[in-house]
Design a binder for this molecule. Sequence first.
Ligand SMILES: C[S@@+](CC[C@H](N)C(=O)[O-])C[C@H]1O[C@@H](n2cnc3c(N)ncnc32)[C@H](O)[C@@H]1O
Length: 387
Amino acid sequence: MFSSTLWHIEGCSRSSVLFLKSLKCAAFSLSHGHCSSSRTVTHPSSGQKSRLSVRCRSKPQRQVCKTILQHFDAQYSEELGEQWKSARGVLLNPHSWQYGVLLNRFSDLTNLEQGLRALGYTSLLPRVQPESQSHTAHIPLQCLIHRDPVRLPNQGHQPSWLKQYFLLNAASVLPVLALDVRDGENVLDLCAAPGGKSLAILQTATPRLLHCNEVDTHRHDWLLKTLESYVPTTLQHLLSLTRLDGRSVGDERPGAYDKVLVDAPCSNDRSWLYTPDTHQGDIWLKERAQLPLLQKQLLCSALAAVRPGGVVVYSTCTMSQAENQSVMEAVLASYQGMELLDLTQLIDSLSDHFGFAHLHPPLGHLVIPKKGQTWGPMYVCRLKRVY
Ligand SMILES: C[S@@+](CC[C@H](N)C(=O)[O-])C[C@H]1O[C@@H](n2cnc3c(N)ncnc32)[C@H](O)[C@@H]1O
């Protein structure tokens, strides 16, 4: 069993009370800690002191699937060498995992940001984001991170109320920043559920169209719910939701989009390690062998769906070379008129927060979890369709 910790804020000013309400009782959990204690924080604008008291609760511990771990050990020690050791340490210790907070610019954020900063949250991104200076300025993404493995509570769905934040692995914003959507563009999120990246795209710009596609029925419903919970009805006309097999979209809508995101189905390293039973682990390992083909087909579909001059971003949340660089290599070799775009400026701007792996071959970028910076895994690569 492991404990999670709830922090309650007491003795608050009125502005802090608003902040508390927005945090839904202002409870947030630490994924470690076994004691009761309290601490005082000062509200930055009012100077009022608020007391945080800590309580513990028990949650069932997650079991590591030995079959998957053995498989990862064999593959990743060969592909990543020493870097696998530090990633392994993080993946095997959920108590150390950090959670990013993506603020929803469409909601009422009164006092929330200041409140979170008073609690030690800082911005992931610099005020002026790289690569945003040369074109029409777009909206800075507000993603807050904490150096400790603290976790805000999820906000429940309430009709006629927009959620204020979305919890995510902060490395998930990387593909969205690489996509660099501008106001008025036609954008396709080919594999969109549960909708975190669609939502992040809408935080950075107001596209003419955001087409969110998800083939799985259950996950499509989840996507719909996410968008309803975060996007005001006045902007919902920008959204188009479909339940297509992403492999067919390129043929059905050739050249229709300025930007396409392929956040591909992959062997999600973080969750696969905690596969509930060995039998399920064996099934997933068999499925894993099929994934590169599906990923290549999805990427080819995206390249057909983007207009000449348009941009495609490919991303996964696995460290597997077969699902990352090898997919890119195969598609670049078989598809004419594609250019690999440089992401160095963006990567450099995030290198204080994210640990980037040394990739062989050096195609794309991989955020690899490490102690104190537990973000990732997240692979990203950006292509331009030249003609
Ligand atoms: C990594 S998840 C996407 C996460 C999402 N972009 C987000 O940020 O919330 C990949 C998604 O692709 C979907 N998928 C799998 N095969 C697909 C296909 N052939 N066409 C479209 N989506 C597919 C899966 O059901 C899954 O929801």
